[in-house]
Design a protein around this ligand. Structure first.
Ligand code: AMP
Ligand code: ZN
Length: 664
């Protein structure tokens, strides 16, 4: 009996390991999430009944152990050096010249890699089992973060072969994971992280592995330090071996000379925003390991590698003043108005300060010199104050006690970082933002009704809330400045069309606090009409896995508010569709199809293209795998195109994509 169970457990673990590798390492799952979860559950149950059979390498043991009092110190088997830097093509060429001079050889192959902006770690395996993970520390002694590294899903707990090895890699948090993490923290009134690197560093240094487990850490390996029983002659082979053993390996490409490497560095300088993780440069390494040996190292860094650093996405400037704007939910958001600076090709003149606590924490004052950062498509942020430059003339910011838009009372709820205008139904800023949200693309998508028109309508008392849009007459519109007959008709038509949007769009459009698009979808999978949703109790709502107490309470409060009831009744009377009907099904032409986008499109933003695919029932992922059905190729495509060609995945030009989605 016991033997049967043991073999069943062994079987399950092998299966799970295989699927973990497919999912996390290869980005190419072959079973559904539910099937995977049920394997885990089966194993967990068996282990619960047979605790003696639990081993530390079991996939169920990623989060374990008590919080530590402090980290143990670890002496590295070999010093972890840093990398020499280069900032220009000339410096790359100098690097190559030095190498040729020292090596006395005509053939040198380079490997170019992404320089991931995280923190380095070293992982040790014995007999194929993960035994220890450490930070770099001062290069000689680091900290033992084994328990936290175990929680990272891309780290195999058991390798495909029983070797002893040491491997280095970078711990990081991906861009999407980072924005979700920060959004959640902001919502919970916690301070936000300045960038993914800080978030990763803070998470790795958690003494409680359960906290680390809740942070979306990833790890990519980039260097094999040593391994038993294998002969490895080049870095390229080493990376291949790591991949075969079950590691996720950093992007890399072979180059025959430094010119080729320089071209790659230039290309990635332009394309880096497309990657799902932040890179701050490229690393150029000599491929041949015996050549590396010959070159050796200086006290600080190896002579066989070089970090090519991208131009900074941070600059210093001055805070001219701080303005406060009022959002749809009444949140007062302070924004620094800056002396304009050019960062990474665009002019930055404003940076978000998030909320009062953030301002206090960073101690930003009016007149301060600050370091500003712009990364990807996110709103520029103040990273820190340059306190050395203070003259004493700087002024502290005071959060207004009344709403700058309506004079209403401002309150800050317990445990929240955000101050809000409490005049929910009467604050013009909240009403305006609420209407803007209602008509926005992911909500009711009413084209032609933008901020300018909404302002005009509000100023002329033609609307007081979003439901009033459906009662507008042509004369109302024509009476406005700069509004021709033709455009008035178009606007009315767009408003009329929007009455037929799927229910989840309407639920999202209502602007219920905490109910984003995702929650709206989840809700309408259970409630097929707004009336059903309107009468659901908090307890019922919380039966949905994704709906927690905060969202449930917020939904109830929203529907209990008499003003909101009136607005919804007005929507209903106007004929806005308030239930799910079979129609959406027929539109789902792309059901089951998986899309990946690379390069920039002419006629759509990434988000718009993604929305269209989702709306038509398809899926969008960020990396190409055998599961991908189409790769849509825009201007300046990235490595995803190479991968698509390698795997034989169908590629679409923008024109073909447009055709496929029916010219949307
Ligand atoms: P630096 O801290 O600027 O001296 O650069 C060295 C650091 O770059 C290493 O300690 C790693 O944390 C990091 N790094 C990121 N990507 C790579 C890579 N592909 N190869 C080597 N180091 C990398
Ligand atoms: Zn207000």
């Amino acid at each position: 009996m016991e033997a049967d169970v043991a073999s069943k457990i062994k079987d399950l673990r092998e299966k799970i390991r295989y699927h973990e590798n497919r999912y996390y390492v290869l980005d190419d799952p072959v079973i559904s999430d539910q099937e995977f979860d049920s394997l885990i559950q089966e194993l967990t149950e068996l282990e619960e009944h047979h605790p003696d059979l639990i081993t530390p390498d079991s996939p169920t043991q990623r989060v374990g152990g008590k919080p530590l009092d402090s980290f143990k110190k670890v002496r590295h088997s070999e010093q972890m050096l840093s990398l020499a830097n280069a900032f220009s093509r000339e410096e790359l060429i100098d690097f190559s010249r030095r190498i040729y001079r020292q090596l006395d050889e005509s053939e040198v192959v380079f490997i170019v890699e992404h320089k991931i902006d995280g923190l380095s770690a070293i992982l040790k395996y014995e007999n194929g089992l993960f035994v220890q993970g450490a930070t770099r520390g001062n290069g000689i002694i680091g900290e033992d973060i084994t328990a936290n590294i175990k929680t990272i899903k891309t780290v195999p707990l058991k390798l495909s072969e029983e070797v002893d090895l040491e491997v280095r890699g970078e711990i990081y948090i991906g861009k999407e994971d980072f924005s979700r993490l920060n959004a959640r923290r902001l919502e919970n009134g916690e301070s936000t992280f300045a960038n993914p690197r800080n978030a990763a560093a803070g998470s790795v240094r958690q003494l409680d592995p359960a906290i680390a487990a809740a942070r979306p850490l990833s790890l990519l390996t980039y260097s094999l330090v040593n391994v038993t029983g294998q002969t490895v002659e080049t870095h390229f082979e080493a990376l291949q071996l790591l991949q075969d053993l079950g590691f996720k390996v950093n992007w890399h490409q072979k180059c025959r000379d430094i010119e080729e490497a320089a071209v790659l560095c230039q290309e990635w300088t332009e394309k880096r925003d497309e990657l799902p993780y932040e890179i701050d440069g490229m690393v150029i390494k000599i491929n041949n390991l015996s050549q590396r040996e010959e070159l050796g190292a200086t006290a600080k860094s190896p002579r066989w590698a070089l970090a090519y650093k991208f131009p900074a996405k941070q600059k210093t400037t001055v805070v001219k003043y701080i303005v406060v704007s009022v959002g749809r939910t009444g949140a007062l958001t302070p924004t620094a108005v800056l002396e304009p600076v050019e960062i990474d090709g665009s002019t930055v003149s404003r940076a978000t300060l998030h909320n009062e606590d953030e301002i206090r924490k960073k101690d930003v004052r009016i007149g301060d010199h600050v370091l500003v950062q712009k990364a990807g498509d996110v709103i520029p942020e103040v990273v820190k104050v340059i306190k050395d430059k203070r003259t004493g003339e700087e002024q502290e910011f005071v959060m207004p006690h009344v709403c700058p838009e309506c004079g209403g009372e401002v309150a800050r709820e317990d445990g929240e970082a955000v101050s809000r205008c409490t005049n929910v139904t009467g604050c013009p800023a909240q009403i305006r933002e609420g209407i803007l949200h209602f008509v926005s693309r992911n909500a009711m998508n009413i084209e032609g009704v933008g901020p300018a028109l909404i302002d005009q309508l509000l100023e002329n008392d033609l609307i007081f809330d979003y439901a009033d849009l459906y009662y507008l007459q042509k004369d109302d519109l024509v009476s406005l400045e700069r509004m021709a007959e033709k455009s008035a008709s178009n606007v009315l038509e767009a408003i009329e069309d929007s009455k037929e949007r799927p229910l989840f769009r309407l639920v999202f459009a209502l602007g219920i606090r905490h109910v984003g698009e995702g929650a709206a979808r989840v809700l309408t999978e259970k409630y097929y009409s707004l009336d059903e949703l309107r009468s659901a109790s908090e307890e019922e709502l919380m039966e949905l896995e994704e709906i927690g107490p905060t969202i449930a309470e917020s939904i109830r409060n929203f529907f209990n508010e008499p003003h909101n009831q009136q607005v919804i009744d007005k929507l209903k009377e106007a004929g806005v569709k308030m239930e799910e009907d079979g129609q959406e099904q027929t539109e789902k032409k792309l059901a089951g199809k998986v899309f990946v986008f690379t390069g920039s499109l002419d006629g759509y933003t990434r988000n718009q293209a993604k929305e269209i695919v989702l709306e038509m029932g398809g899926e969008v992922t960020s990396s190409v795998s055998n599961n991908t059905d189409y790769v849509v190729v825009g201007e300046k495509p990235g490595s995803k195109l190479d991968k698509a060609n390698k795997l034989g995945v169908k590629t679409l030009s923008e024109a073909k994509f447009k055709e496929l989605v029916g010219n949307k």
